[in-house]
Design a protein around this ligand. Structure first.
Ligand SMILES: Nc1ncnc2c1ncn2[C@@H]1O[C@H](COP(=O)(O)OP(=O)(O)OP(=O)(O)O)[C@@H](O)[C@H]1O
Length: 357
């Protein structure tokens, strides 16, 4: 697949402190890309550098094969959707959308009939038909989000940057808008680069997920691979679905603060040794239950459980005080009840662990 955007060794520092520390990335055409990273990892800075609101200190940015480092933002053909939507309160839905087209820096459209036709098409695309004449102060958060997107899409950008686009919406609406955004993107065939601090949002939405950590791309892959094979303990920690132990490989086991954990899973070189087991790969058993040869077993005390729809998350404390989390999908079994402070065996298959060396 050809790439729409390439970043080569892009650096950007503020007052000598690096925000982007050598970004290399290639974004495919016609795809949904999530950009995930902890607070302060450089997500907004990267978006602003791509849009042209900030100049990189060094490195190259190529858009459809053309260097755009010195090109002003409005001439880049890149749309930007802001978290707070930035709509004009004194204009109607249709007028807000038309504004983008009639005031476009390159090739503005002045023929009222053409503008009306394009606005009608884009209103249909984002699902706002019937609301054309409403003031933007009289529509819901989800509808505002759609107006903001429509105002960008009407200018026919070759790529759209979205900075935490669902951040201002409540939890229910955020879930619904995930599907809507993906559908709208598929209909218009333009690459979306969507910044989010939520691992569930990034995994649910991105055909590709870029993980940013301290100004560098820590991993760039599809959601399935990221979830099952994070490239480092830091990425695994950030995904919020792995129990992680520090330590080091010693013989045929990983020496951790809770004892020797037998090896057998995937070994990955990352420069920062750790042992990781996913929350949903762990079984909770009575302490006197048998353990098979291919299993790893530790003991812990039960603290509490938390229901989250289709799953239940149970929290344990290990003997060194560390918290260990187990996720049990309720389609697998009826929810069990555990005794507070009771001792349980936590068991997983050796091959399910990830060992970073
Ligand atoms: N204009 C600026 N002046 C000085 N420092 C800045 C500026 N913009 C960003 N930074 C710094 O650069 C780093 C990256 O910031 P950035 O806003 O890109 O992170 P982020 O991943 O988007 O964070 P968040 O998720 O909290 O919005 C941070 O340490 C931040 O303090």
């Amino acid at each position: 697949m050809s790439s729409v955007l390439q970043l080569k060794n892009v650096h950007k520092a503020f007052a000598g402190v690096p925000a982007l520390a050598g970004i290399d990335a290639s974004l495919a055409n016609d795809t949904y890309v999530s950009l995930l990273g902890p607070s302060g990892s450089g997500k907004t800075t990267l978006l602003r550098v791509i849009a042209g609101f900030e100049q990189p200190d060094s490195g190259e940015i190529l858009f459809s094969g053309r260097r755009i480092d010195g090109v002003p933002p409005h001439e880049r053909g890149i749309g930007f959707v802001f978290q707070n939507f930035a709509l004009f309160p004194h204009l109607s839905v249709a007028e807000n959308i038309a504004f983008g087209l009639t005031n476009r820096a390159v090739d503005p459209v002045t023929d009222a009939k053409v503008v009306a036709g394009r606005v009608r098409d884009i209103i249909g695309l984002v699902g706002l038909s019937g609301l054309e004449d409403r003031a933007t102060t009289q529509i819901s958060g989800g509808q505002k989000q759609r107006v903001a997107l429509a105002r960008t899409l009407v200018t026919e950008p070759s790529m759209v940057l979205l900075d935490e686009p669902l951040g201002a919406l409540d939890a229910n609406l955020r879930m619904r808008m995930r599907g809507e955004l993906r559908t709208i993107r598929e209909r218009c065939g333009v690459t979306f680069l969507h910044v989010t601090g939520s691992e569930t949002e990034a995994l649910a939405m991105g055909d590709t997920v870029l993980v940013l950590d301290a100004g560098r791309i820590a991993q760039s892959t599809d959601a399935d691979t990221l979830y099952s094979r994070p490239a480092s303990a830091d990425v695994a920690r950030f995904l919020n679905c792995y129990n992680i132990f520090p330590g080091a490989v010693s013989g045929d086991a990983f020496a951790s603060p809770v004892g020797a954990l037998a090896l057998g899973g995937v070994k990955q070189t990352s420069g920062n040794p750790a042992y990781a087991i996913r929350y949903d790969r762990v079984a909770i058993r009575p302490t006197d239950a048998a353990t098979a040869d291919d299993e790893v077993r530790i003991e812990a005390s039960f603290v509490a459980s938390e229901y989250s729809g289709a799953a239940i998350n149970s929290f344990f404390t290990l003997d060194d005080g560390r918290v260990f989390e187990v996720e049990t999908h309720l389609s697998h079994a009826a929810p069990a009840t555990y005794e507070e402070k009771g001792r349980y065996a936590l068991v997983w298959k050796r091959e399910d662990a990830l060992v970073f060396v």
